[in-house]
Write a protein that binds this ligand. Structure first.
Ligand code: NAP
Length: 327
């Protein structure tokens, strides 16, 4: 089958369409003819040789895919060949055929295009897992999302709106702040305007937020903890601002704070299946009705995947960069 591959780690130009073996099936797996996938930030790291697939997963890049089922393992129930599905993957999304545990797949809403379906799972499930499951946000709670204009950020804004949360975001320009507000955020903070924790305090009448969804790490540790209300949770999903920081344990103790580290990719299939079910229980109706839908900045034919990676590196996008499969 065709797949996007690279021989040596490097910049965007190392990626090309090559021929690889089709992935093997297990009894609980489905095989998907991939119609669309998308660029996620981790893909750039994998291409640079810094974030290989976890053991047992496809070595190909690609954390999600959408298409139709073309084969099913003999223990799979609830799906049939021809069903349109979108799936969260530990790797392999940049291949013409994708094999995954059936529990990692969701039905594609009728009104979604293939590109929308291929841009949904990684960001919506990441936002869901970390705000609702690990962050355990209370009903009507307040969440601070760093990088509101990212794929994950725009998904978090949509889920927050649907669930009746108050969503605060940070972004690096006035334009992105405004786009986040237009998309449904309640408060937007330009992270270049100084200490964001002060602005969080102002915007929440001094109370702070219940959950911080953080893709920055070390550099924001102190401000994130300051931004939390009592019993709040800081959920760290990225380390764009470094992996080390200092934490005030007295604040942690007195406010009973939790700091949680989280990666989607290496979560076992069984845990992903539980997460997918919980997501569908809470947001399945909204998904079906199109009230939650990915924001797509651009669609690239997968042969031009390097352009998609470059666009993510440049960081001007709002939402997702989708990849359309080969004809
Ligand atoms: N752990 C997990 O399971 C998991 C899963 C998926 C994604 N992630 C992480 O989540 C993040 C978003 O992923 P993505 O694929 O959606 O990438 P993306 O669209 O490229 O987003 C990167 C975001 O980081 C923001 N950012 C950069 N510097 C910042 C700063 N100093 N303060 C606040 N925000 C800042 C950018 O905001 P501006 O453009 O406004 O500067 C941009 O919105 C990445 O760090 C990714 O690694 C983690």
């Amino acid at each position: 089958m065709r797949a996007i591959v690279f021989d040596e780690p490097g910049d965007e130009s190392v990626l090309y369409t090559g021929e690889v073996e089709s992935p093997a099936m297990g009894p609980n797996d489905i095989r998907i003819r991939m119609r669309a996938t998308s660029v996620n930030r981790a893909d750039l790291l994998q291409r640079q040789g810094m974030y290989p697939s976890p053991p047992g997963a496809s070595p190909l890049i690609g954390l999600e895919a959408a298409g139709e089922i073309i084969e099913m393992g003999n223990e799979v129930t609830g799906w049939k060949t021809g069903d349109r599905v979108m799936a969260i993957l530990p790797g392999g999304g940049y291949g013409e055929e994708v094999v995954c545990d059936a529990g990692s797949a969701l039905p594609v809403p009728d009104i979604y295009s293939d590109e929308e379906a291929g841009s949904t799972c990684e960001v919506f499930l990441t936002a869901f897992l970390n705000i609702f499951m690990l962050g355990d946000i209370p009903e009507g709670g307040r969440v601070l999302v760093h990088g509101g204009g990212s794929g994950v950020g725009t998904a978090a804004i949509s889920l927050g709106k649907e669930a009746g949360l108050t969503t605060l975001i940070t972004a690096g320009s006035e334009e992105k702040c405004q786009r986040c507000i237009d998309h449904g955020a309640d408060v937007a903070i330009n992270y270049n305007d100084g200490d964001f924790s002060e602005k969080v305090k102002e915007a929440t009448d001094g109370k702070g937020v219940h959950v911080v969804l953080d893709c920055i790490g070390g550099r924001y540790l102190e401000q994130n903890c300051k931004s939390l209300t009592a019993d709040g949770a800081l959920v760290i999903i990225g380390l764009q601002g470094g992996s080390k920081g200092e934490i005030n344990l007295a604040r942690m103790l007195t406010k009973r704070l939790k700091v949680v580290g989280s990666t989607m990719r290496a979560r076992p299939a069984g845990k992903k299946a539980m997460m997918v079910k919980a997501f569908m229980d809470q947001f399945g109706d909204a998904l079906k009705a199109g009230r939650i839908r990915p924001v797509i900045q651009d669609i690239f034919p997968i042969d031009r995947v390097g352009d998609g990676h470059r666009a993510m590196k440049e960081g001007k996008h709002f939402g997702k960069l989708a990849l359309r499969a080969w004809e």
